[in-house]
Design a protein around this ligand. Structure first.
Ligand SMILES: *Cc1c(COP(=O)(O)O)cnc(C)c1O
Length: 451
């Protein structure tokens, strides 16, 4: 379970704890908070705030560590980054260079992945409610596999593939009815969740699908949930998957591939984050001797710690409680208002670690009561207008979930790489927002304002 939004001052980690558990962050006596060695105040001065920062070395390091965990067990696995967590072209380029493919959930993501040079053979298409046009595009590009979410989608895929004169490779996404023990809004593998094909139906359907001429079923897929912190639900889900593989084979069908999904959690607050070795161990134990091609689709574990959201204090507001009003808001980072998620919030100034603190409610300027990043959170007692603040671990489900609510344009994005840094997305302007809108001529031509 993710920690609830109201912080618990008694157990919240200190700034020192946050630094010690995040190798990408350091505090410099003169320059204040550094991310991958670059002073954040320098970026804020040049680019303005709010600004998303991504650390390339952190991403590479995690990509390699995940791969290494499977290699250490001699367990070959295809790695597909769940790009819905962070879909920037630079991110995809780095992961392509690390040998990763992607897990996509829309035609738009497919276009992005192809643009970043990901080969179609490295693309797996998941997600409920793929449109005909999206399925057709997937078939035409001959991507590795479509993870089919329903009986209806399986037949639709067959029909569209027939019209294209192709045979589509597909896996059945099964719902193993396992409780991932995570937040309700990010659970995906329970019987009542909208995802996947019911466990008992899947075995029968696999046989039925063998008769389809334009779909070749290659195997099964699951995705149990997100921000999963313990081995138990993974083990339970994969054991059920293994049972299904055996049942399907016993009925005389071929199962070549098993897609284990994503869901590996990270430490946002004080969670004991599972290691890639835990995941590799559970997969080896449950699916390792089935002689199937294995793949995983991690999103958050790879991308969350690679990012932070740099923001400035607009003003503080004394009262009960005292408020810190930031220039970042729920339209930028939606997770706290959407999932009540806890993000580390750190002062950037050099004395941030040593100043006496007090408890603040930390909010954005959007006109919604839910535009709150944290309640009762410690920040320096002398926090004031103009101070820089970093919201940590925002690399996953951060910039990708932004909206332009309240006519707040998309924030700028910066990539840091080995001491270099550059803008990778210009701050959007309000003019950009307006430029996409048109007013029908009949609206302005025929009327005067008070007619
Ligand atoms: C979201 C999603 C993932 C990634 O989940 P994380 O918790 O970010 O690892 C993987 N597979 C599918 C099908 C998804 O929908």
């Amino acid at each position: 379970m993710s920690a609830p939004l109201p912080s618990d001052p008694a157990t919240d980690p200190s700034f020192r704890d946050m630094l010690d558990t995040r190798p990408s962050l350091t505090m410099d006596a003169r320059d204040g908070l550094l991310f991958e060695g670059v002073p954040l105040h320098v970026i804020a001065a040049a680019v303005g705030t709010p600004c998303w920062i991504t650390g390339a070395e952190t991403l590479r390091h995690r990509a390699k560590a995940l791969r290494a965990a499977f290699e250490a067990r001699n367990l070959p696995v295809n790695l597909h980054f769940a790009m819905k967590s962070q879909d920037h072209q630079a991110t995809l380029t780095i992961l392509r260079q690390c040998g990763y493919g992607v897990d996509i959930v829309s035609g738009g993501e497919m276009q992005r992945a192809l643009h970043a040079g990901i080969q179609p053979s490295g693309i797996v298409f998941s997600g409920v409610g793929k449109s005909d046009a999206e399925l057709r595009a997937a078939i035409e590009h001959d991507i590795a596999q479509v993870n089919v979410e329903s009986v209806e989608e399986l037949y639709r895929l067959d029909e569209i593939a027939r019209a294209c004169g192709r045979v589509a490779r597909a896996a059945l996404r099964v719902n193993p009815d396992v409780d991932a023990d995570t937040h309700d809004k990010i659970s995906t593998g329970r019987a009542g969740d909208k995802f996947g094909i019911e466990h008992r139906r899947a075995v029968a359907l696999y046989g039925e699908a063998a008769r389809l001429k334009n779909v070749r079923l290659v195997g099964l897929a699951v995705h149990l949930g997100s921000q999963m912190l313990t081995a138990g639900p993974f083990r339970e889900g994969y054991m059920r998957l293994a049972d299904m593989v055996r049942e399907i084979r016993a009925a005389g069908h071929t199962v070549e591939a098993v897609d284990c999904g994503g869901g590996l959690g990270i430490r946002y607050r004080d969670e004991i984050a599972p290691s890639p070795d835990m995941l590799a161990g559970v997969i080896a134990e449950t699916l390792g001797d089935l002689d199937v091609r294995l793949s995983i689709e991690p999103g958050r574990w790879l991308s969350a710690p690679t990012g932070l959201l740099l923001t400035r204090v607009i003003e503080t507001k004394a009262g009960n409680p005292d408020f810190v009003v930031l220039d970042a808001a729920m339209n930028d980072l939606a997770r706290p208002s959407l999932y009540e998620s806890w993000h580390g919030i750190m002062p950037v100034a050099p004395n941030g670690l040593t100043s006496p603190t007090k408890l603040w409610d930390i909010v954005g300027p959007v006109c919604e009561s839910s535009d709150i990043f944290a309640r009762d959170r410690a920040l320096p007692a002398d926090t004031k207008r103009g101070d820089l603040i970093a919201l940590l671990d925002t690399g996953a489900y951060g910039a990708v979930m932004s909206s332009t609510y309240n006519s707040r344009p998309f924030a700028a994005q910066v990539l840091i790489d080995n001491g270099k840094w550059d803008i990778i997305r210009q701050r959007q302007s309000v003019a950009d927002l307006i430029a996409a809108e048109t007013v029908p001529e009949w609206l302005t031509a025929a009327r005067n304002d008070h007619g």
